[in-house]
Design a protein around this ligand. Structure first.
Ligand code: NDP
Length: 311
């Protein structure tokens, strides 16, 4: 029987994904299928989904076997009460590679003091030698697909890396912590802290005034996770008081970040327009097709979201 696959994302995504999805489905041996941006809800077997799509009511999709999210983050869909079908999130090698590059670049930028060097093109010869990475402890909050990959890349550059996750983890080369005390330990020991947590009820405002005060003097925050992980007012207060050195933020409570938002003009904040990493159509299509093949073979789906945990 023909498999009906609905592509439900913004119009702009369709030209990027159409050909890669066809290639990937065929590579998985799926040949009898229809892939389209519109079809009757009751005929849909799988939904390839981005949370900014118009599709918000999943009730009529009675025969849909899974919703395959194109993004790693699921906070825009996980709480949807009409969604009773299994939800899979995106774990994409291209997305991971991009995040490792972005995070490593931002950490090295702050570690090497590249901003100061660029600002100092004044004719004045003032050498300052940064410490070696081995003397710059970095904390990574979130040790999932992206956090663990970034932690590993930083550790490979000799940064002492401590990580924090919800459940206990053992990752070679990374000092792993979990639980409330674990967070305090990681924060207290991190000159640079990278946020790669999902946004859930448990992680919202995880960096509040108390948590930020635990960071060492001059600490730098790099946030490619989600904006609401940090309390905006507490961050501004910490930067203004001189306790925090800098914050490089890729994600915000409201995106696009409003033009009059104080983050844009703050001398110790770098605003990056949610570009840390993108799902890459070619590799993401392979993940989608693999999951459809598994669903049809009666195998468990990959990257199923734990609806209770929210990620
Ligand atoms: P994963 O689900 O693989 O990893 C999430 C990690 O966070 C896990 O280690 C998990 O712990 C930990 N975690 C979750 N809840 C808690 C908690 N309450 N306390 C402590 N640790 C917690 O997600 P990914 O690595 O794939 O992605 C992480 C996030 O990155 C996404 O949710 C998204 O918000 C963001 N992202 C941003 C992009 C950008 O361009 N800026 C691009 C892609 C993603 P455990 O291991 O124990 O489950």
């Amino acid at each position: 029987m023909t498999l009906n696959i609905l592509f439900a994302a913004t119009e702009a995504r369709w030209p990027q994904y159409e050909a890669p999805l066809h290639r990937a489905l065929e590579a998985e041996g799926i040949t009898d299928y229809r892939l389209a941006t519109e079809m009757p809800a009751e005929e849909v077997d799988y939904i390839v989904y981005a949370p900014n799509s118009d599709l918000q009511d999943f009730t009529p999709y009675t025969r849909t076997k899974a919703v395959l999210n194109l993004w790693a983050g699921v906070e825009g869909i996980v709480g949807n009460r009409t969604l009773t079908q299994p939800l899979c999130r995106m774990v994409d090698s291209g997305l991971k590679e991009g995040m490792v590059e972005w995070v490593t670049g931002q950490v090295l930028r702050h570690h090497l003091g590249i901003d100061e060097v660029l600002a100092r093109q004044s004719g004045e010869w003032r050498p300052s030698v940064p410490p070696l990475a081995r003397n710059r402890p970095v904390g990574v909050l979130g040790l999932g697909e992206l956090g663990a990959a970034c932690a590993g890349a930083l550790a490979a550059l000799n940064f002492p890396v401590a990580g924090w996750s919800r459940t206990e983890k053992h990752i070679p080369g990374i000092t792993c912590h979990h639980g409330a005390e674990g967070l305090k330990t990681v924060l207290a020991g991190s000159q640079i802290v990278v946020l790669l947590l999902p946004l859930t009820g448990a992680t919202e405002n995880i960096l509040d005034a108390d948590a930020l005060s635990r960071l060492p003097e001059g600490a730098v925050i790099v946030n490619p996770g989600r904006g609401a992980l940090i309390e905006d007012e507490a961050l501004l207060a910490g930067l203004d008081a001189g306790h925090l050195g800098h914050a490089t933020l890729d994600v915000f409570r409201q995106e696009p970040l409003p033009a009059d938002h104080p983050f844009w003009r703050h001398p110790k904040i770098t605003v990056s327009p949610h570009v840390a990493s993108e799902t890459r159509p070619e590799t993401a299509a392979e993940v989608v097709a693999r999951n459809i093949r598994r669903g049809e073979a009666g195998e468990p789906f990959l990257h199923l979201v734990d609806r209770g945990a929210g990620y």
